[in-house]
Design a protein around this ligand. Structure first.
Ligand SMILES: *Cc1c(COP(=O)(O)O)cnc(C)c1O
Length: 823
């Protein structure tokens, strides 16, 4: 590291303030100081960034392009300072300038170019790739508006645009020199070329220019800085009087509108497809631009395009970037001049696919009409891939038309993106053991039977640098005190904490850290929600996207039940509990939005009932996002991971809680199964049906929630309160749709599709057990400490190493820091 001591930092911050704002330091606002500090950090990054680029040019390593519609990065400033190992120096410098480093960090907008888990996974992967020293590009879209900001008004969610680029964002660099054209629509004309080959020429199209912005991805203490390239769209010719004169007026306006609308907004759907034409345009836009840049980079060092698979691999994060397959085929055939077989051979050795869900709402399909109109040449190619693929199926299963129908890429007027991805990819992976097994046995069984060698599992992980080192500095330095700082880049070392779990002094320290983190969150909640919460109560937390399968409804129904119990039995000796929720619902997902309203109304009734002596509080944290998430995990006692078994592919917040010493109450779903494997079932509270049981009930269709409603008086009471105005005195019908979703069949769904009532008793009993355990301070602390001590497997460093070993086969890059030109 360069000689960046605190005095130098102070000097540079002050001079940046002057340079940027023509102000003396003492007149600058915190926002301006944030910009000034960021500039110092960026200067610090630039040399390593250049050095990494040079190393990649010289060493020509095999590189992964991580293709993802979403990167939920979270704030960069704090993370960059930590990974550069200059955080303490900046903290001191700011201290001496009379400023608190966290309030400067709080000035940064939270770049929220993603919805939830899938986008956050992509961000964790980039951090791990740089830290492990592997060459990588993240490829995505520079949405003008990221994930909406959530306001809660009268208990309802209101979506407000997230204008994250309003002020200059300091950690991006425009790279106009890598501008490419991307074409939409028109028609394809064929012509025989001089060499006798058939050429495909797209005509009458509209096009935009794709302009990349690079964001640095700083590795931890290793001088490696990879890039996240996110694409902006610009009109090809700026609307001008000139084109007006030429009569191209309409076309010019259309091109400008296309460019403007393309990158305007991130679709706020999680595990649910939107099917909007613009979404398909976005997909093609970033895929085409990214592939053009990848091929241009490759050709700088290589003459023979056949060598592409030796140097380049494209990982498709879910089906959203599946157009990588036909677009790579197009570039290889129409631009590079290869024949079909050669192009297919290269493509199928360059692309790999990660599946993220088995739920039907998420299986991406596009109507042929939209697809072929928008991407005529690409559609030709997909048709040919499908034709050949169906022949292959017939050859393997002669006469089995059912098989062909089930597996065809184009079927029933639609293009099935997952099947296209699987047909072409050399690797298909699930994101947790259980998930991968369900894919092989149920969802993708036909494909597994045909290509067993393609299927593999890569259990998700998270980066400990953001979710422990940055998010929980107290616990991080405690861990370092106990076992040294090796865990920062090798999380398996956390197991060395196991020797402390029965140590009284260590236990006390651990508890005191949790208490301080609870105070910090209580302050945040007081400030943002105006609700006073008791840091001595159990903080029971469910934060994640709002979705029926994640069962926030089960949680709030149980809160309603506990409230009734406390009212009916005031003599009961219960430990005060604070139920904390945080969740955004997709703007068009009615029942999810109504669930937010229900949580807030239940909160209003309970929090204002003095008769229960503060035994129960309910808080809905507005605008759940990466920056407040970091604080929430650090403060949680209990982690709610209560999805209907088989529905949560992996989950990653379960791991973040575990790392921060929260105890899980959850179902045997996703990666929670593997967490329990690591720490032992005695260190978690597991309840409910298994994935096999759920799947069996779904297949037999033998579950009737009305039976439970009729027999269980407590459930009956809670459900009646939902529709008798108890929680909505002004409109007793308000929550009727939720009641109906639990008890009545509608056109599309069975009642209680997600088995809330079926799992309720098991959940309630397990919650009681949890409270009893919490009374035993030593036992509880031991459990919490075991969670932290056993989290080693769940580092994204481990996940990335497995991707590298089994799928990507990347070369390391060795970066020699540039000579500091001032020395
Ligand atoms: C980790 C994370 C998620 C994913 O949470 P799950 O509980 O695994 O669905 C979503 N949003 C944010 C902000 C996160 O940090």
């Amino acid at each position: 590291m360069k000689d960046l001591d605190k005095d130098k930092i102070k000097e540079e911050i002050k001079s940046n303030v002057k340079r940027l704002y023509r102000k003396e330091f003492k007149e600058a606002t915190e926002k301006e100081i944030f910009q000034a500090v960021s500039l110092v950090v960026k200067d610090e990054i630039i040399d390593d960034w250049l050095a990494t680029q040079n190393a990649m040019d010289e060493q020509d390593p095999k590189t992964v392009y991580y293709m993802s519609m979403e990167f939920l990065m979270g704030r960069a400033l704090g993370n960059n300072m930590l990974n550069l190992c200059v955080y303490d120096e900046f903290k001191q410098a700011l201290d001496e300038l009379g400023l608190d480093i966290t309030s400067i960090e709080d000035q940064e907008p939270d770049p929220a170019l993603g919805n939830g888990g899938l986008g956050r996974l992509a961000a964790c992967f980039l951090d791990s790739l740089s830290t492990l020293g592997y060459p990588a590009y993240g490829c995505g879209i520079r949405y003008r508006y990221g994930m909406f900001k959530q306001k809660i008004e009268d208990g309802f969610q209101k979506e407000v645009p997230d204008d994250w680029l309003k002020e200059n964002y300091p950690f991006e660099l425009k790279r106009s020199e890598y501008t490419y054209e991307v074409k939409f629509g028109g028609y394809v004309r064929t012509e025989v070329g001089k060499d006798g080959r058939l050429n495909f020429i797209q005509e009458g199209y509209r096009s935009v220019l794709a302009v990349p912005y690079d964001m640095p991805i700083v590795g931890y203490n290793n001088n490696v800085v990879n890039s996240l390239m996110i694409w902006d769209a610009q009109p090809k010719q700026v609307f001008s009087l000139e084109s007006f004169d030429k009569g191209d007026y309409v076309k010019a306006v259309e091109d400008e509108n296309l460019a403007r609308s393309l990158v305007e907004v991130l679709y706020p759907n999680d595990s649910h497809i939107s099917g909007k034409e613009l979404r398909l345009k976005q997909q093609y836009f970033f895929v085409s631009a990214s592939l053009q840049r990848a091929i241009q980079r490759f050709k700088k060092h290589h003459d023979d395009i056949h060598d592409l698979p030796k140097k380049v691999v494209f990982q498709m994060n879910d089906t959203h970037p599946t157009l990588t397959v036909p677009e790579l085929m197009r570039l290889l055939m129409d631009v590079e001049g290869l024949g079909w077989d050669e192009a297919w051979d290269i493509t199928t050795h360059c692309v790999a696919y990660t599946n993220h869900t088995i739920m039907t709402e998420a299986l991406e399909k596009w109507p042929i009409e939209i697809f072929s109109r928008l991407l005529p040449r690409i559609y030709n190619i997909v048709e040919e891939i499908n034709r050949r693929f169906c022949l292959e199926i017939e050859k393997k299963y002669p006469g089995d038309q059912g098989k062909v129908d089930r597996m065809a890429i184009i079927y029933d007027g639609q293009v099935r993106m997952a099947y296209l991805a699987i047909a072409a990819a050399f690797s298909v992976n699930g994101v947790a053991k259980l998930h991968t097994e369900i894919l092989k046995k149920e969802t993708l069984k036909d494909f597994y039977d045909m290509y067993p060698e393609k299927f593999n599992n890569k259990t998700n992980g998270i980066t400990q640098r953001r979710f422990l080192l940055h998010g929980n500095p107290l616990l991080a330095s405690w861990v370092t005190d106990k076992i040294g700082d090796g865990w920062i880049t090798d999380l398996s070392q956390m197991s060395r904490l196991k020797v402390f779990v029965d140590d009284e002094k260590a236990q006390q320290e651990f508890r005191s850290i949790k208490y301080k983190n609870k105070l910090r969150l209580a302050r945040y909640i007081k400030e943002h929600n105006g609700i006073e919460i008791d840091p001595n109560s159990i903080f029971d937390v469910q934060v994640k996207r709002l979705h029926e399968y994640k069962r926030q409804l089960l949680n709030i129904i149980h809160v309603m039940y506990e409230y009734n119990r406390i009212k009916e039995h005031p003599e009961l000796d219960v430990i005060p509990k604070t139920y904390i929720f945080g969740a955004k619902a997709a703007a068009g997902y009615k029942i999810a939005k109504l669930t937010i309203k229900l949580i807030n109304n239940v909160a209003a009734v309970i929090n204002n009932d003095r008769s229960i002596n503060n035994k129960l509080k309910v808080v809905f944290i507005e605008d759940y996002k990466v920056s407040n998430a970091e604080m929430i995990f650090a403060a949680a006692d209990v982690s709610e991971q209560i999805s209907t078994a088989s529905k949560e592919a992996s989950g990653t917040s379960n791991m973040k809680f575990m790392m921060n010493g929260a105890v899980t109450i959850g179902t045997m779903d996703g990666a929670t199964v593997e967490m329990v494997e690591e720490m032992g079932r005695e260190n978690a509270f597991i309840f409910g049906m298994s994935a096999d049981e759920v799947i069996e009930h779904e297949q037999k269709r033998d579950y009737n929630p009305m039976d439970i409603f009729n027999q269980d008086q407590d459930i009956r009471k809670v459900l009646m309160q939902m529709v008798n105005g108890f929680y909505s005195p002004d409109n007793s019908e308000l929550f009727r749709p939720i009641y109906n979703s639990l008890l009545n069949t509608n056109e599309t769904q069975y009642p209680d599709t997600y088995f809330n009532l079926k799992d309720f008793r098991s959940y309630a009993e397990t919650q009681d057990k949890l409270m009893e355990t919490y009374r035993d301070e030593k036992k509880w602390t031991r459990m919490a400490m075991m969670n932290t001590a056993c989290c080693g497997k769940f580092s994204s460093d481990r996940t990335i190493q497995q991707y590298v070993d089994d799928i990507w086969h990347l070369d390391h890059i060795h970066v020699n820091p540039l000579e500091d030109d001032e020395n």
